[in-house]
Design a protein around this ligand. Sequence first.
Ligand code: ATP
Ligand code: MG
Length: 384
Amino acid sequence: MKKIVLLRLGELFLKGENRYVFENVLLTNIRRKLSGLNFKIERTQGRVLVTSFDNEDEIVERLSKVFGLTSLSVADEVEASVEALEKYFEKYTDVVGAFKVDVNRADKRFPVTSMEMAARLGGVILDNNKDAFVELYRPQHIYKVDIRQNGKAYVFDKVIKGQGGLPLGTSGRALLLLSGGIDSPVAGYIMAKRGLKLEALHFHSYPYTSPEAKQKVLTLAKKLTPYVDEIKVHCISFTKVQETIHANCSPEFMITIMRRIMMRIAERLCLTNNLGAIVTGESLGQVASQTMQSMTVTENVVESLPVFRPCIGMDKEDIVKIAKEIDTFETSILPYEDCCTVFLPKNPVIKPKLAKAEQEERNLDIEALIAEAMAGEEVVDIKF
Ligand code: ATP
Ligand code: MG
């Protein structure tokens, strides 16, 4: 009996002519995700099959993190004929309780209707299991049969939820501002799920922050790789920038100006690395720098790109839930200082005015600060 993993594609169907482009990207992503394992890929109308594997658990685990797949099932491949399927169903000899057979006939040339086939296969189970009975609405066991156009039928009893979303890379590439916190890895995950391939930018304040703080961010990036594949992390020292702002600007504008400089650097990195958007983990009202007015003043320095903030309307609780699902939470709560907390003023402005921020910035040589920070960039390639 040939075992296969049946993959169901998601929103790809909505994409009309682009569907083939999307499918090809998805298949490339699947192949890459499974590299190092034995497997083959077959395509049949509207389904992708993974075959010839020996490590089923690992294959399923990896595929369950591929964006663009709505669900998957481990199935047995049976010749698509009434006789072969009836013969196959004879193998069920320990069914107890309520069951149901569900037949989907994608191949309308198959001589028997879905309903009739389900009844026949149910009959085989009833014949061989004296304690089994048919129950269509609340069955304890469901046997699903998917009859495809390739002359094969696939029989399975479990549907494993996939990630959904769009294949990684089909929406382009973006830069994730990655801190050591809970929110930004989640923001990266959410946008990657919409098809964005990510690079990351992290600002550290060594020696005010420890090397462990930076390592923590690289660990977070690594934790994202089962979803986002390899990720390039640009690490930039923010120490000089912070010291200079601290020495020259009003304390209550410290964070506003820091964030404006972060955004300027992010935009420049995007332009030189062919990245089309900036992604942050901001959530409205969470802290002083995440009010509408603060975001207006921060975003004002970004001239040519959208800033995506997928967590903007989420409660912390919802963000934490996702962080736990993608296994970044435990790392995010490790107690290392983030660069933003080092020079934290007592009373940051909650509703900064753009004109005032610009006036404060006149005390700085912004261009020189940016150039110096970017010159010290260190790039770390994190592989899956
Ligand atoms: P997070 O949990 O993601 O750290 P936060 O709630 O702590 O977010 P802030 O510290 O105000 O909020 O940061 C808001 C966003 O700015 C972060 O989600 C992240 O995208 C970006 N950011 C903050 N600090 C850094 C940093 N050191 N390096 C890169 N990006 C950062
Ligand atoms: Mg933070």
